[in-house]
Design a protein around this ligand. Structure first.
Ligand SMILES: [Zn+2]
Ligand SMILES: [Zn+2]
Ligand SMILES: [Zn+2]
Length: 153
């Protein structure tokens, strides 16, 4: 697994506690993990002092791996001329493959931000930050949408 320095871990922790699925009533009481719905025990982590929602260690590790590999992939794409010009890039492919391995445990899906279709296995796709109201969300755009919206990056 990727080795993450402490400052980066802190940043990823902020991201994990910022974004999670709409909580069930049990999750709102801190009785169930917001991601998987499993009953929480004392090992579950709190989101923030003001937020009753909690996340189990398994899901926390899943989110951490998902985010860390996403940012690895994203930082490569930003600095790579091949990727920026839509050319085949083996480094990007490798980082995407590593990231894809984390998707299931993170309870997420590889879905295009723009058309909401699942990313094709062999199709090129890029990690993009979607500008939200209060923060940016890590996600993906597939090849057909990339060519339609070159400004999305
Ligand atoms: Zn969980
Ligand atoms: Zn590249
Ligand atoms: Zn698309």
């Amino acid at each position: 697994m990727t080795v993450v320095p402490p400052a980066e871990l802190y940043r990823l922790h902020q991201l994990i506690t910022w974004e999670y699925p709409p909580p069930t009533s049990a999750a709102l009481e801190g009785l169930a993990c917001t991601w998987c719905g499993t009953a929480t025990d004392e090992s579950a982590l709190g989101m923030s002092p003001l937020d009753p929602c909690r996340i189990c260690l398994t899901c926390y590790a899943g989110q951490l791996a998902w985010l860390a590999t996403w940012y690895d992939w994203h930082s490569h794409v930003l600095g790579c001329a091949h990727c920026q010009h839509g050319r085949t890039c083996h480094v990007s492919r490798g980082r995407r493959t590593l990231h894809e391995l984390t998707v299931e445990a993170a309870h997420r899906e590889l879905i295009c931000f723009s058309c909401h279709q699942p990313l094709g296995d062999t199709e090129p796709a890029l990690p993009v930050l979607w500008m939200g109201d209060s923060r940016d969300y890590p996600g993906y755009v597939d090849a057909p949408c990339l060519t339609k919206e070159p400004a999305a990056r």
